[in-house]
Design a protein around this ligand. Sequence first.
Ligand SMILES: [Zn+2]
Length: 286
Amino acid sequence: MSSRKRGMAHAGRRTSEDGVESSISEAAAVLAKCQHAIAFTGAGISVESGIPDFRSPGGLWERFDPVEYAHISTFLRDPERSWEMFLAVEQIIEEAAANAAHRALAELEREGVLGAVVTQNIDGLHQAAGSTVVHEFHGTHAELHCVDCGRRYGRERVLETIPPHCSCGQALKPAVVLFGEAIPAGVSEAAFSDADACDGLLVVGTSALVFPAAQIPYQVAGREKPVIVVDREPTPLTREVSCLYLRGTAGEILPRLVTEIMAKRAGGETPSVASGGFGGQEQVPG
Ligand SMILES: [Zn+2]
């Protein structure tokens, strides 16, 4: 694997202030030239919003064995049991607010760098921060879904009874993808289509271990487009995918990355933007 050596070098990069700064500048130079990059996010971006990674120590999976509680077969057999976990998730999400990292990605969309966010999170915080094109790979906790007839409902239905019921009589579940369930076809199509067309990928807070979502960075790298990883610790991606690796928390790194991208664009280092595209003020007279 030709990219391995380079990836290892990044994984071993020191986290001194200088090292991080030079990486941010390097990543900003790459992203400043992008016009329809995508961001691929996971649990790590929402940790600073107070939503612990379910898989981390003290996370939700320590209280609720996912094999039992988060499997579609459990919900179908005993929806009340699954709702013990759904309510715990709801409480965590209700108390959370978008953080600086979510807002930075929304800013990159407005700036015409990002065309979409593909997220594995179900917390809705990208939309809360202002991102408008968000593919929620694992669904959303903001709505309820009937596995029988397909009707969807707002959260207020939860207040009635636990478990809440569809007008067809079936127990409702949050519109999240449980273990044993397929990714909603429209969402995965949109996400993979964007991964096929993007001019760069910014991976934030995910070690990309859960397939099929985890295919996305490999798909983009396979097209030889830049893959930039922001994570607190090295991940398989920083070792196996040719990329720039920015080590740190998303809330610390992303706002600085946005500032540098804006500075580079304002400095006229970006190519002119196609007509009908994004942010005309960045066009270079030519
Ligand atoms: Zn129904």
